[in-house]
Design a protein around this ligand. Structure first.
Ligand code: FEO
Length: 176
């Protein structure tokens, strides 16, 4: 089934958004390192890898459909935050934006009667539900513990256990 140029352009835009997300989460990982929360840094490291995998899933898909990937610029990520809660609230806001973009991409697939893309995007739609739920749960716990104090270390330890395959560690402290 041929893929139309307008659909290829829309997927290329989403590839940029996924790489931008990855870069943003890597900046958040750096922030947690700076603030001595290696478990949260690890969690963001895995998030960086997951977003890169999302971009590469779309990258491969464009090629599978006979289209051409055109990589776009990514911008410098935000890197100043007031607290761990502030960081995770920014993640939540960012994921809501990604969800809206995936929805728009799905709408484009429907408008062009591109059934393969609609089917492929169902994976992304489910992934967004899961990501938003996980971040909501972290935010709720951060709100419960007030954002700092000894409990933050317990949460940090828990987030440091996030599985993520072949993590590219950015410090030995991340390797639990
Ligand atoms: Fe690839 Fe978290 O959106």
């Amino acid at each position: 089934m041929p893929i139309t140029p307008a659909v290829v352009e829309a997927i290329n835009n989403q590839i940029q958004a996924e790489f931008q997300s990855a870069y943003q989460y890597l900046a958040m990982s750096a922030w947690f390192h700076e603030n001595n929360l290696p478990g949260c840094a690890h969690w963001m490291n895995i998030q960086w890898q997951e977003e890169t995998a999302h971009a590469m899933k779309l990258f491969g898909y464009v090629h599978d459909r006979g289209g051409a990937v055109t990589l776009q610029a990514i911008t410098a990520p935000e890197h100043t935050y007031a607290s761990p809660l502030d960081v995770f609230r920014a993640v939540r806001e960012h994921e809501a934006w990604i969800t809206s973009r995936i929805t728009e991409l799905y709408d484009i697939a429907v408008a062009h009667r591109d059934l393969p893309l609609q089917i492929m995007l169902q994976w992304f739609i489910s992934e967004q539900v899961e990501e938003e739920a996980v971040v909501d749960s972290i935010i709720e716990r951060l709100q419960m513990i007030g954002g700092d104090g000894p409990s933050i270390y317990l949460l940090d330890r828990e987030l440091g256990g996030r599985p993520g395959g072949d993590a590219v560690h950015s410090s030995t402290a991340e390797q639990h």
